[in-house]
Design a protein around this ligand. Sequence first.
Ligand code: NAP
Length: 281
Amino acid sequence: MDGKLVAGEVKKQVAVHVQQLEKHGTVPFLVTIQVGDDAASASYLKAKHKAADEVGIRSESHHLPADTSQDKLEALLGQLNTNPKVNGILVQLPLPPGFNEERVIERIIPYKDVDGLHPINAGKLAAGHEELVPGTPKGVIKLLNYYKVPVAGSRAVIINRSNLVGRPLANLLLNRDATVTVCHSKTPNLSGMTRTADILVSAVGKEVFQIRAEHVKPNSTVVDVGLTRVDGKLRGDVDFEKVNRVAGYITPVPGGVGPMTIACLLENTILASSIQIGLKV
Ligand code: NAP
């Protein structure tokens, strides 16, 4: 499954929506915040701003030093919340040690929460109402849709239970009538689980962890969300070459879920802008 290709399609649609919003007098505006100098965070943000530019979304970044206080960060969020020109707010995670991330996320007004992490947005999703949903799981669903992978009635296994990936993805798949199992580091007999999966999503991101051909059901769909660097090279959780021979569909790393995450962030910015001006999308 080619994430670059599908992300390109999503971005084309986003660009059309940007023009529609402009006709209603709104130029969608995304503001990102980075605290500290984590190199990976900086490169993710660079890619997000570049993609925003490509589709006509205005964007601005705030780069704060690592020793910024929690209060100062929350005060900035307060200003962005009340600024009517700002449609989307994204705080790049993880924050440096010492920050209370939960409180930061809760400080973002839910209808500008383009990462979909605010408890209100997570709660809506858990209740079956999809509005601002985190970009990565949303991107996984779009890939499955694009390649017409049957989800209803399938057995999905997710290895990850984070608020960013596993939990929202479990809800999205459940909303589409999959039977979902969520696995994590304490799951016994993990390979016994993965071998039953029609759709297997792995999001671990550890050098020692690998999904190999014997862990995968023949003809199943394998989505690799995990990211890790080995000898300076980016790789996913899945042994792509070998699993590719067994699976029906598989995502590469890079070029799979990563571009989808960014495209869905842009889509969320459009959705947030539309919610704010009362426009249906
Ligand atoms: P996280 O919060 O650290 O989650 C990792 C998950 O993996 C946890 O649920 C953890 O279980 C589980 N895990 C760890 N070791 C395991 C093992 N040996 N067996 C089974 N499960 C194990 O990280 P995250 O933020 O969700 O991100 C996960 C990965 O996805 C990272 O590599 C991240 O870089 C990548 N990611 C990629 C994209 C993209 O766009 N491509 C976007 C987001 C994230 P416990 O809960 O028990 O600790």
